[in-house]
Design a protein around this ligand. Structure first.
Ligand code: HEM
Length: 402
């Protein structure tokens, strides 16, 4: 009997899909079960194309509420389809346009550089440092007046939501406590702007969501979407911690990532970190029409699961898929159906992450700073592959030279 994938993910974490894949002799599509429903697991270019075909796949109700409502919030863009999705997505694309996010990426670089000076001669937990720097920067960028200890606390609450999404032990209830508190806080922020008690800078994300393109959303949903800008920006601390580890493990890259003329190499290094580090295990949708993929039938009502790491490591698309080779991204734009760490396809028409360009710039800025910091990893470089999400042990402790 097939073990339910939700159970396998909870028990075996990032090992669940590779184990299931080998039980099906590495087939690019195979039948499974998810939360008691028939599912078809797909990967690779064809699988991604199917998954991002809106005539075949819809999102409503595909992700169980205990996960979706914790990570994304109730009523979030992630679970919308068709017109409703297009309209909500347009708001995110406007807020996250390149010219808007560039100042945020630059602020993160400057703040991190300042913070790194305070690390000299100390051991620091890199993940926590990154959560605080990213959190404070995104709060300020969003137009939320929250600084110092309050910003630090808020950043860690947002990180708790991310840490809880895989249902790991105490992290799950802690994530929910943080979600409930954050939803209330964000709803009040939106309401206070609408009531005229708070005046965020014109054009700031808070203003746009409260009274701009988000003005027709009820305050609770608008708050949920505000958090869908703040929380994932803090979540970049997960791949960024793996980036710091990769830099320590591939010392030859350190000089190559320094200086103003290294921005393409920093981007390539960041792409390779996103391709290889464990973070998003899978994506799920519901079939709304019949389809066939690699001989596997998909019937309306079936769940379709995109194996994200399996696609990012698909031997059909990647040479030496298990090697860490940033140079594979030199002078090439990643293919939107083969490289899917933040979803695939076109973000303007589908569900692909609208925050991907920001993520890319944040990782590049982080690498620019870290390449200048003389640090050695003093914790174990291993991570718990059975826990979702995971991090290098102890959040990566580094000893920084005086
Ligand atoms: C660690 C970095 C990040 C990762 C790994 C990540 C990953 C993802 C993935 C896998 C999806 C779902 C794609 C799909 O359902 O097809 C997604 C959607 C989304 N992400 Fe990100 N993301 C990251 C950073 C960000 C950032 C920085 C923002 C905004 C500031 C953001 C905002 C969103 C939103 C609003 C959606 C929903 C899009 C939709 O349903 O149309 N993400 N992200």
């Amino acid at each position: 009997m097939t073990v339910d994938l939700s159970w396998a993910l909870w028990r075996a974490g990032y090992r669940a899909l590779p184990e299931e894949r080998s039980a099906h002799a590495g087939a690019p599509a195979y039948p499974s079960r998810l939360v008691g429903r028939r599912a078809v697991v797909v990967r690779g270019r064809d699988g991604t194309r199917l998954f991002y075909d809106p005539t075949v796949i819809q999102r409503r109700g595909a992700i169980p509420p205990p996960l979706a409502d914790l990570l994304f919030g109730r009523g979030a863009v992630h679970g919308l389809d068709d017109e409703a999705h297009a309209e909500r997505k347009a708001m995110f694309l406007q807020v996250l346009a390149a010219e808007r996010v560039e100042p945020l990426a630059l602020a993160i670089g400057t703040d991190l550089q300042r913070r790194a000076r305070s690390w000299r001669g100390r051991d620091v937990q890199l993940h926590s440092e990154l959560v605080e720097v990213y959190g404070a920067a995104v709060l300020a960028w969003a137009g939320i007046d929250c600084t110092g200890a309050q910003a630090r606390r808020t950043s860690h609450h947002l990180a708790h939501i991310v840490d809880g999404f895989g249902g790991a032990g105490a992290a799950y209830p802690r994530g929910w406590a943080a979600r409930i508190r954050a939803d209330r806080w964000a709803r009040r922020l939106v309401q206070s702007v609408r009531d005229g008690q708070r005046r965020p800078p014109p054009g700031s994300p808070l203003e746009l969501i409260a009274t701009g393109p988000g003005r027709d959303l009820d305050a609770r949903t608008a708050g949920v979407e505000l958090l869908n800008l703040l929380r994932p920006t803090v979540a970049v601390a997960w791949p960024a911690t793996f980036a710091a580890l990769a830099l320590a493990q591939h010392e030859q890259w350190r000089p190559l990532l320094r200086g103003d003329d290294a921005s393409a190499r920093r981007t390539a290094f960041g792409h390779e970190v996103r391709r290889t580090c464990p973070f998003v295990p899978a994506l799920a949708g519901t079939a709304r029409s019949t389809a066939e993929i690699h001989g596997e039938r998909v019937e309306p009502g079936d769940l379709v699961v995109l194996d994200v790491p399996g696609t990012n490591h698909d031997a059909q698309a990647w040479t030496e898929p298990d090697e860490f080779l940033p140079e594979r991204f030199a002078d090439v734009e990643p293919d939107p159906y083969e490289f899917v760490p933040q979803g695939g396809g076109d973000p303007r028409t589908g569900h692909r992450c609208p925050g991907e360009p920001l993520t890319v710039r944040m990782l590049a800025e982080t690498l620019r700073v870290l390449a200048e910091v003389d640090y050695a990893v003093v914790s174990s470089p291993s991570y718990d592959a059975t826990r979702i999400p995971t991090l290098p042990a102890r959040g990566l402790m580094v000893r920084v030279a005086p």
